[in-house]
Design a binder for this molecule. Structure first.
Ligand code: AR6
Length: 178
């Protein structure tokens, strides 16, 4: 499914974030930036040790912020590492921290002249954010950004499995009045 937002495109696909050919892919990292499971493990496995080397030099990333590295062997040019909230730990701050993670990732893409960005569903795995709650926040934050930043031409949400895709599809239809 895809929708236009201003002059840009927002699309939902079911797939694997490591296989995307967008200018940047976003990693759902942790504050150490030293790797982990889920998306983080898959990106470092597929991209090779160069990415981890650069992460080590950066030295970490607070929740809600983002950092950028090369993409090693991946098709994308850059990896943007962001840290989403931990649902049960961050409590009422979780929605705003989740929105910040998306916004700060997009801001880095704009600053680096990257025109297309692929996101996973941040915080909805190990960090425990229910996908039904996270999806509308993720989508609305990205749509608001795209309306003001036409330099980002395409944002692709890469959803892992049919159920995740359907959750995002329903949330997007609700937002665009489908
Ligand atoms: N492509 C796209 N989505 C994926 C992939 C993939 N290859 N693999 C998993 N997902 P998670 P978080 C989905 O746990 O919740 C790491 O250990 C997955 O189904 O990767 O932000 C980090 O180091 C889920 O919906 O990220 C942190 O410690 C979503 O991606 C912690 O996990 C996010 O799941 C971050 O937790």
């Amino acid at each position: 499914m895809e929708v236009r937002v201003g002059s840009s495109v927002l699309e939902l696909v079911e797939g694997d974030i490591t296989q995307q050919d967008t200018d940047a892919i976003v990693n759902a990292a942790n504050p150490s930036l030293l790797g982990g499971g889920g998306v983080d493990g898959a990106i470092h496995r597929a991209g090779g040790p160069q990415i981890l080397e650069e992460c080590r030099r950066i030295g970490g990333c607070p929740t809600g912020e983002a950092r950028i590295t090369n993409a090693g062997r991946l098709k994308a040019k850059k990896v943007i590492h962001t840290v989403g909230p931990v649902y049960y730990r961050d409590g009422e701050r979780a929605p705003e921290l989740l929105a910040s993670a998306y916004r700060n990732s997009l801001r880095l893409a704009s600053e680096h002249g990257l025109r297309s960005v692929a996101f996973p569903s941040i915080s909805t795995g190990a960090y425990g954010y229910p996908m039904e709650e996270a999806a509308p926040i993720a989508l609305k934050t990205v749509m608001d950004y795209l309306r003001e930043h036409p330099e980002i031409e395409r944002v692709r949400f890469v959803l892992f499995g049919r159920a995740a895709y359907e959750t995002y599809r329903r949330a997007l239809e609700d937002l665009v009045g489908g």
